[in-house]
Design a protein around this ligand. Structure first.
Ligand SMILES: [Zn+2]
Length: 266
């Protein structure tokens, strides 16, 4: 399996990162993308990659916008091309970036979020890398903004998709894949399941969003989500879609490898 969104650079993995990865491998996870959240942490993100298995995306998360000014964002984005040259296989996407209307909109207005997104899209196009996009309670604003900028091809992924099934087609038309996280494991997961059902077969991805979004089904004592929990997401999604689990695992892995252009592990 391919965990397309795992914040494996988070401090909550500092004590056991490699043993957590071993558990992930034992659960059938062969690869992951680690999306960065802020330029001052990009070196940390890059240091958590591992050749052939763990890759990085570089960007500025909308939830970090209140703490960073536009100048620092521009300076950061200016470094991506050289970091990509220097780190070659490590950098496979631009992000995490996006649209979030649950944060302090006085410091990160929708206009500012759109502006920052447009800068990321420019870098992604120049480097021919897909975008990792976060959209939370902002689907209308996101779709408006996404249709106003030139996107790379493929455009990227809408991670942990939380929107209605009706908007899936609009995102696909813009060139996006859609990724699903632990929300599909909830007993009353109607909305994400309805959305997953209408995603084109070759556009479906899975993720943990670890260390957040711990799926239903782990022991109650476990509060931190980790990449091994991807098996629970795959199982819930396969059941909901009426698909064999091995087939869903293989399909979503193929899709992720096509999007991030990383080779097949033998
Ligand atoms: Zn994230």
């Amino acid at each position: 399996m391919f965990d397309t969104h795992c914040h494996f650079d988070d401090e909550r993995f500092d004590d056991d990162r490699e043993s957590a990865w071993k558990r992930a491998e034992e659960a059938g996870v062969g690869a992951a993308v680690i999306p960065a959240i802020s330029p001052d942490r990009w070196d940390r993100t890059l240091s958590c990659t591992r050749e052939g298995a763990r890759f990085a995306a570089l960007g500025v998360h909308p939830q970090c916008l209140p703490a960073i000014d536009d100048r620092a964002i521009r300076d950061g984005l200016d470094r991506i091309a050289s970091l990509r040259r220097e780190h070659a296989w490590r950098v496979v996407a631009v992000g995490e970036v996006g649209f979030d209307h649950t944060i302090d909109l006085a410091l990160a207005s929708p206009e500012r979020q759109e502006r920052v997104f447009a800068w990321h899209a420019e870098v992604a196009r120049a480097l021919e890398l897909p975008l990792i996009v976060h959209v939370l309670r902002a689907h209308d604003a996101a779709l408006r903004a996404l249709s106003r900028v030139k996107l790379p091809s493929p455009a990227g992924v809408i991670h942990s998709y939380s929107g209605p099934a009706e908007l899936v087609g609009a995102y696909e038309k813009l060139g996006f894949y859609l990724s699903f996280a632990g929300s599909v494991t909830r007993p009353k997961a109607r909305r994400p399941i309805a959305a997953a059902r209408v995603v084109s077969p070759e556009r479906l991805l899975i993720e943990t969003d670890a260390p957040d979004q711990t799926p239903t089904g782990v022991a109650p004592s476990v509060t931190r989500c980790e990449p091994a929990h991807l098996a629970l997401v795959a199982n819930a999604l396969a059941t909901a879609l009426g698909e064999d689990e091995p087939s869903l695992r293989a399909r979503t892995t193929r899709n992720a490898r096509a999007l991030f252009k990383v080779g097949t592990v033998l």
